[in-house]
Write a protein that binds this ligand. Structure first.
Ligand SMILES: Cc1ncc(COP(=O)(O)O)c(C=O)c1O
Length: 380
């Protein structure tokens, strides 16, 4: 049968957006072949979609993975991982230094009988002391959100292997341009594709990359809970990926210049950027990251939250907004935004202060960013 999209063999340059929820079966034999897994075919959007499948293959290639499964958001991806691999009685190790919404998910997991232990990224060298016979999963970010601390992926895999736990690495901050956790030992890589993979603040998506057999398990969960991405967002994500390498290189280059300017500024304290040679995470970052150190950094402004607010309010180029990894430079006070999900006493346990800011450097002309940050620092 002639493919209506390629009647003369000419393929569209862009994966078509297939909005169909369901597909008309050619006959019962085709239905049987699809449901028995003998042929690839589409039946219902919650199961699979060709636009989504195309972008999954591209993210898998970026991560050097056999396959990738995409879903509705980064948190949906993390939750799919938890639901697929954890059961009552299992022990999960989480780092305080991860995206705040994990705390909420951890409350749900505890209600379902999963035991959760939290540790600080600074304590990751003592990770071995935290694992137990029932530790089923270690979930980490590196660099961490928001303080950009570095966790040694190879060492974490060594500890996970002692008890047969799965190591999951959220690679959202580093992106596959700078870091590929799978060859370093992660069992699975998770992304908020809302961030640098999409890159334009116009879509929400999550991705999990890893071996094909894990795709099948994760697919089961996605199909069951209905977290399949819509085709339009998948198409936007595919378009974002076309410039991913260019954007990532520019962000890292801009971020390095910004970090160099900010270091030593009298109103900037505790600047954390793994690309700085005196950063505590630099040695490990140099081993496990490549082609630079990404576009994100964290630092304290002055001494109080009022100082940080004055600084942010004076910015003209850098936007005061959550999220990260986009074409625009974005800045926020995590204490008032991403950490808001945490009870107040937990917000500061791992080093975030009320005047800490997280800056995601964009692809604007670097002189515009540098000048903007400078004039805003003078306003503090
Ligand atoms: C490192 C990291 N992981 C996961 C998430 C969650 O992603 P999403 O907002 O797409 O659900 C975020 C969100 O900021 C994040 O920064």
């Amino acid at each position: 049968m002639t493919d209506p999209l390629t009647p003369y063999g000419n393929k569209p340059m862009v994966t078509p957006i297939v909005n169909a929820v369901n597909y008309e079966y050619r006959d019962f034999e085709v239905l049987r072949q699809i449901t028995d897994g003998e042929i690839d075919g589409y039946t219902y959007h919650r199961d699979d979609n060709p636009t989504v499948r195309a972008v999954e293959k591209k993210i898998a290639a970026l991560e050097g993975a056999e396959d990738c499964i995409v879903c509705t958001s980064g948190m949906a991806a993390c939750t799919m991982v938890y639901l697929t691999y954890l059961k009552a009685g299992d022990h999960l190790i989480l780092f305080h230094d991860i995206y705040g919404a994990h705390y909420k998910v951890s409350l749900v997991l505890e209600r379902l009988g999963v035991e959760v232990t939290w540790l600080n990224a600074d304590d990751s060298i003592r990770l071995e002391q935290y694992v137990k016979a029932n530790t089923a999963m270690i979930f980490l970010e590196t660099p961490t959100n928001p303080l950009c601390k570095i966790v040694d992926i190879v060492a974490a895999r060594g500890v996970a292997d002692k008890v047969g736990a799965r190591l999951i690495v959220d690679n959202t901050f580093a992106t596959p341009f700078h870091q590929n956790p799978l060859p370093l030992g992660a069992h699975l890589v998770v992304h908020s594709a809302t961030k640098a993979l999409g890159g334009h603040n116009d879509l929400m998506a999550g991705a999990i990359a890893g071996p094909k057999r894990e795709y099948d398990k994760l697919w089961f969960t996605r199909q069951a809970i209905g977290a399949t991405l819509d085709a339009y967002s998948a198409s936007l994500l595919e378009r974002g990926l076309k410039t991913f390498v260019l954007r990532s290189a520019r962000m890292a280059e801009n971020a390095r210049a910004v970090a160099e300017q900010l270091r030593g500024h009298p109103r900037v304290n505790r600047l954390s950027y793994p690309g700085l040679t005196d950063d505590p995470g630099h040695a490990v970052a140099r081993r496990q990251m490549h082609d630079g150190y990404g576009g994100i950094m964290a630092f304290d402004i002055g001494r109080t939250q009022e100082d940080a607010k004055r600084f942010i309010s004076a910015l003209k180029v850098v936007c005061h907004a959550v999220s990260l990894g986009s074409t625009e430079s974005l800045i926020c006070i995590p204490y008032l935004t991403t950490m808001l999900y945490l009870p107040p006493e937990r917000r500061t346990t791992f080093g975030v202060k009320p005047n800490t800011v997280r800056l995601s450097v964009g692809i604007e002309p670097v002189e515009n960013i540098l000048e903007d940050l400078n004039q805003a620092l003078n306003a503090v």
